[in-house]
Write a protein that binds this ligand. Structure first.
Ligand code: ADP
Ligand code: MG
Length: 604
């Protein structure tokens, strides 16, 4: 097994559970794998495919996913093909012929195509294994339900003796049992790996206004020069606004949302995958088809509606295991809007609860990774040292007077006031709306003049999160004081607010300045691990090779491999072949070029 791993994939060791999973398959047993995005699920069936007689048939929901996988396999010298509706008839005919001749090891196929081939191609070839990728698509409870997937039930009936492996990154129990039942897996080995993604940094910014957000994002991208990233926005319109702003600042950005034509969406995706554009500003529609391994960062422009969504979306960064940064902005208006959507949805209670958990995450003052892992049912006893809370623990102060000012203004306005008007009242702003409502006559008018409007926004968001008032979404978003709010108002309990940091630094900036947190850094940052000048030379050559072959750059060699080459600086082809991630095929194909470049660089 290790020999096959090294020869074809260039790796020296297995990731957690891979070996156990492969053993289970080689023993002809059914298997269910739950592993986070980037955990290394593909090798779990690709490696047995190479070791077993016959063809492994892989069912995958999207053409883009199949394409990516087939290209990666071919780039490693493995015979693979994708059978789907985007091929011409001649192409599919060729694939059919190659399969019959036994020249293909891995056949990727869409579920629709699978059904039409059940009594033809599939009956004519020797099948070693069925692998069902993104298996959660079979479940109505999941977030990516695909009706075509439910028809995969037919596999067990038509091919009773052939083992099946189902793989997914969706962890919840209902989905899990649904997969087992629908595919009729027989006494499957179930392998659940940790959902931790230690290479992702976590950072949350509270209560930023548009301008501040944009300024922060520009600084962030500036620190991530040439690095691919995704900005998730709540609305289609916002994706367009953000992309246009980035473009004005000279950053190559495109948009992706469900309102675009399929062609425009494909183009955006292709441009991103092939590094022709650095940033995609997208709605949640963008994602599943993205196996790009070198997404270096993900920003949430708005709060996501659940922790599941959030984790999936940040999970698209750092699949190659290299250090990647994530950043989440959240504001009062996000909460108002999302609460409205949730309370109008069919599963009102569940959705409000999910949103609430997401809010708690954003407002946390304990290690964020612990919260995430706990949410997915993994208990973690120690802090990660790699989130903003660990690096920069929030400090609280007795903010009772601030809270009393705000709450008494709400009471005096008869609890018929929304947050933005409340800030005007506290600041003593004579706007038209204020005078029309007679709010300038309130005793608390101007009582919070000493606090900037931006900080009031932040404190009010904190008060909402602490449960001192609620927002009546069905009454023009008016604020209603709660029991615990009354206690603070009447001096019966204290309100501990978080000190607002105006110079909120990004996680990576903090890393550089604070030596205390250095030890807990799990991996080197992706840019300082190697010689930058050499890296640029190698990256350029990789781009050239990629363009020649029509592959994305990361399929030729991943960022991780390129960094390794850069720091190890192999000067012979054999040394090149020893690098993790370089198998026999890539050694033969690229070794000479890269070694020559390195020798030239080292003036040898
Ligand atoms: P998933 O399908 O679980 O999201 P992938 O199968 O796409 O993840 O793998 C993610 C990355 O991890 C790929 O770049 C893959 O080559 C790499 N990888 C997988 N197994 C290993 C391993 N044993 N050692 C090093 N890298 C690995
Ligand atoms: Mg995968």
């Amino acid at each position: 097994m290790l020999h096959t791993l090294k020869t074809y994939f260039g790796y020296d060791t297995f990731r957690p559970l891979q070996q156990e999973i492969i053993n289970n398959i080689l023993a002809h047993k059914d298997t269910l794998v739950l592993m986070p995005t980037g955990g290394g699920k593909s090798i779990c069936y690709q490696l047995p495919a190479l070791m077993m007689e016959g063809i492994t048939v892989v069912i995958s929901p999207l053409i883009s996913l199949m394409k990516d996988q087939v290209e990666s396999l071919k780039a490693n010298g493995i015979k693979a093909a994708a059978f789907n509706s985007s091929n011409t008839d001649t192409e599919n005919m060729d694939i059919r012929r190659e399969c019959l001749k036994g020249n293909i090891k891995l056949l990727y196929i869409s579920p629709e195509r699978l059904l039409t081939e059940v009594n033809f191609l599939l009956k004519d070839i020797q099948i070693a294994l069925f692998a069902i990728d993104e298996a959660h698509c079979i479940s109505q409870w999941g977030h990516d339900f695909r009706p075509e997937y439910t028809q995969l039930k037919i596999l067990r009936k038509e091919f009773p003796g052939i083992p099946m492996i189902a793989l997914t990154a969706t962890a919840d129990k209902i989905t899990r049992t649904d997969i087992i039942e629908q595919l009729q897996l027989k006494n499957p080995g179930i392998f659940i790996s940790s959902f931790d993604r230690p290479n992702l940094s976590l950072d949350v910014r509270r209560g930023y206004r548009q301008k501040e957000k944009i300024k922060n994002i520009l600084e962030f991208i500036n620190k991530h020069k040439n690095q691919s990233g995704i900005i998730y926005c709540m609305s289609r319109n916002k994706t367009e606004v953000v992309a246009a702003t980035l473009q004005r600042h000279g950053i190559s950005a495109t948009i992706y949302h469900a309102g675009l034509s399929p062609q425009a969406r494909d183009r955006a995706q292709e441009d991103f995958i092939n590094d022709r554009v650095q940033v995609v500003c997208a709605t949640i529609a963008f994602g599943m088809g993205i196996d790009k391994s070198n997404v270096r960062w993900v920003i949430h422009y708005n709060l996501p509606k659940s922790i599941e969504n959030f984790y999936q979306e940040i999970g698209r960064a750092g699949r190659d295991g290299l250090e990647s940064d994530t950043l989440l902005f959240y504001s009062m208006s996000d909460i108002i809007l999302l609460s409205k959507f949730a309370s109008e949805s069919a599963q009102q209670e569940i959705n409000l609860d999910k949103l609430h958990r997401m809010q708690q995450y954003a407002e946390a003052d304990i290690c964020r990774r612990r919260i995430l892992l706990n949410y997915f049912g993994e208990s973690r006893e120690y802090d990660c040292g790699h989130c903003d809370v660990c690096k920069n623990p929030p400090q609280r102060f007795d903010g009772s007077i601030l809270v009393q000012k705000a709450l008494s203004a709400i009471i005096r306005a008869d609890q018929k006031i929304s947050t933005h008007l409340l800030v005007d009242v506290l600041r003593g702003n004579y706007t038209q709306e204020i005078t029309e409502n007679g709010f300038d006559k309130l005793k608390t008018f101007g009582a919070g003049r000493d606090v900037p409007a931006r900080d009031w926004q932040d404190y009010l968001l904190q008060m909402l999160q602490l449960g001192y008032f609620e927002i009546a979404y069905n009454e023009n978003n008016h604020l209603k004081i709660t029991e615990s709010g009354k206690k603070v108002l009447f001096g019966e309990s204290k309100a501990m607010l978080v000190v607002i940091k105006h110079e909120q630094t990004t996680v990576s900036k903090v890393t550089k300045t604070s030596s205390a947190s250095k030890q807990s850094q799990p991996l080197p940052a992706s840019t300082n691990s190697s010689d930058e000048a050499l890296f640029d030379i190698l990256r350029e050559h990789r781009k050239k090779l990629a363009d020649e072959q029509g592959y994305p750059a990361y399929i030729v060699l991943s960022d991780k491999v390129l960094h390794l080459i850069c720091s190890i600086k192999p000067t012979t082809i054999d040394e090149f072949g020893m690098i993790s991630g370089v198998g026999e095929f890539k050694k033969e194909k690229y070794g000479k070029d890269f070694v020559t470049l390195i020798r030239r660089y080292l003036k040898l």
